[in-house]
Design a binder for this molecule. Structure first.
Ligand SMILES: Cc1cc2nc3c(=O)[nH]c(=O)nc-3n(C[C@H](O)[C@H](O)[C@H](O)COP(=O)(O)OP(=O)(O)OC[C@H]3O[C@@H](n4cnc5c(N)ncnc54)[C@H](O)[C@@H]3O)c2cc1C
Length: 458
């Protein structure tokens, strides 16, 4: 009844491209990459900020839950409307509002795909640094809501470091503008960075002012093999203690290499048990110099082979292998728990040794790879959910991994966020006082509790 009155109230409101209410049409909008599902009562496609304001105001009046949705690639279930209500889809708010190329600033709507943004600004010799592997099919709005990033966060940062301002609609339907269009600014509280990573629970982002960077003149990719993951980890520490900051520094463990051997054609030495992918960017001379400087640092204990990729084809083949790893995991086990923990760089050797021991003890494959330069590892526990014993052991491993991460001064999520799946664990990292303050912020932004309810907090 509530939803019926809500939809009636919105009849005639301009700026809504489509309403879906038939369960068969709404079904696909109830699921995301978490594979959790809940059917929404309605799916709305706004085309303007004003329409979003009207929808939020109607949701507040009729107490209808509202879940924003980019393209549903998020992993912790953030876009799943667990209490039904409305899913607000940004497919038709995907314009580039204005580019100020000489100021290195672009203003965009939230439904713009990250990949489409990159293509557009590349013509001006610029790029937006956040580069999740899913960039061709995830939105800027989703990237901001999860603070999603990719390999190049190492040198250039995440959306938090690459977003100057936002326009968002709060839980009362008010339009709020935050931030600046300049490279510096400290007027009032930093609501931009508060909204980024808030997973659609504090406000609905309707516009973003993004900071762009100049495309590098030259990129060199180094592929380096080691005899053990500990040897590779020590090389990472040596590189990050040097004067050279790679644009990206990715690591793959022996399980990842076994997968690559099985499913992809990539030549690698037989003894290799770990691989680093290192990207160096700058002027032509600068990138070459950086590669020469790093080579002896990479060739320490356990070193097996170094290959320098310079042609575009060679480089994209290497990155294709790295990007294919996550989807390939689904081919070898029916289920995976995919975590994206972060630990201080100096603790990588201790952590990877811990995971190997855990994997042997519980007889489960645990495959780790990812943005090792940030200490951000995708730890994948592979198991069969239909096998009760395996499921139980997978949960034991997950709990042990989280405890170890926190004991090593790490954090439970580097880029995926908390959403639905990780909310039970948030209290392990944040104190009750911190959680209480966050909840009171949530209440201030969203007094009716309609924005993505049931997420983040246990
Ligand atoms: C194959 C694959 C590879 C991936 N690789 C990476 C990676 O390398 N790095 C990484 O960080 N992530 C990665 N991801 C996860 C995912 O792509 C990112 O989290 C992405 O930012 C989600 O964008 P989306 O448009 O799909 O958002 P959705 O999944 O639709 O939504 C994500 C969250 O954002 C909220 N939201 C969406 N739009 C708005 C808005 N306008 N205002 C407020 N809240 C909003 C939603 O409510 C939800 O809580 C990967 C996913 C897949 C499937």
């Amino acid at each position: 009844l509530k939803i019926h009155s809500f939809l009636t109230a919105l009849q005639g409101v301009s700026g809504i491209h489509r309403f879906l209410t038939d369960p068969a049409d709404c079904w696909a909008y109830g699921v995301d990459n978490s594979k959790e599902h809940h059917l929404p009562d309605a799916v709305l496609f706004p085309t303007s900020a004003e329409a979003v304001q009207n929808i939020v105001q109607a949701c507040a009046t009729y107490q209808v839950p509202l879940t924003a949705r980019g393209r549903g690639t998020g992993t912790p279930g953030g876009a799943v409307p667990i209490f039904g209500g409305v899913v607000l889809c940004f497919e038709y708010m995907n314009r580039i509002v204005k580019t100020y190329a000489s100021d290195r600033v672009v203003i965009v709507e939230p439904g713009l795909l990250n990949g489409d943004l990159q293509k557009a600004v590349r013509q001006e010799g610029l790029f937006w640094a956040p580069d999740p592997s899913s960039q061709d099919y995830c939105t800027v709005g989703g990237n901001l809501a999860h603070n999603s990033a990719g390999p190049h966060a190492l040198k250039y940062g995440t959306p938090r470091e690459n977003t100057l301002g936002l326009v968002f609609v709060d839980g009362q339907g008010r339009l709020i503008k935050t931030g600046v269009q300049t490279s510096k600014g400290v007027v009032g509280y930093d609501l931009t960075r508060l909204l980024i990573g808030s997973e659609g629970t504090l406000g609905i982002i309707v516009e973003a002012t993004l900071k762009l960077l100049p495309l590098p003149e030259k990129t060199i990719t180094l592929q380096v093999f080691y005899r053990s993951i500990e040897d590779a980890s020590m090389a990472i520490i040596r590189v990050l203690q040097s004067n050279i900051m790679p644009a990206a520094l990715e690591m793959m463990d022996s399980g990842s290499l076994a997968l690559i051997r099985q499913h992809q054609s990539l030549a690698m030495p037989q003894e290799a048990c770990a691989m680093l992918l290192i990207e160096l960017e700058g002027t032509s001379a600068g990138a070459q110099e950086a590669a020469e400087y790093l080579t002896p640092l990479l060739s320490g204990e356990g070193f097996s082979q170094l290959h320098k990729a310079e042609t575009a084809a060679e480089k994209s083949a290497l990155w294709a292998v790295r990007k294919a790893l996550s989807p390939t995991l689904r081919q070898i086990a029916p289920n995976k728990i995919n975590e994206d923990i972060v630990i201080p760089i100096s603790e990588i050797p201790t952590f990877v040794h811990f995971v190997e021991t855990l994997s042997h003890k519980h007889q489960l494959s645990i495959i780790s790879f990812g943005h090792a330069g940030n200490g951000n590892l995708h730890v994948n526990i592979l198991y069969d959910a239909e096998n009760l014993s395996e499921s139980k052991r997978a949960t034991i491993c997950l709990e042990a991994i989280f405890d170890k991460v926190l004991a090593l001064r790490g954090t439970l999520s580097g880029e995926h966020g908390i959403g639905l799946l990780k909310k039970a664990f948030i209290g392990r990292e944040l104190s009750q006082n911190t959680l209480d303050l966050m909840k009171s912020l949530k209440h201030t932004f969203d007094p009716h509790g309609i924005l993505n309810p049931g997420k983040i907090f246990p």
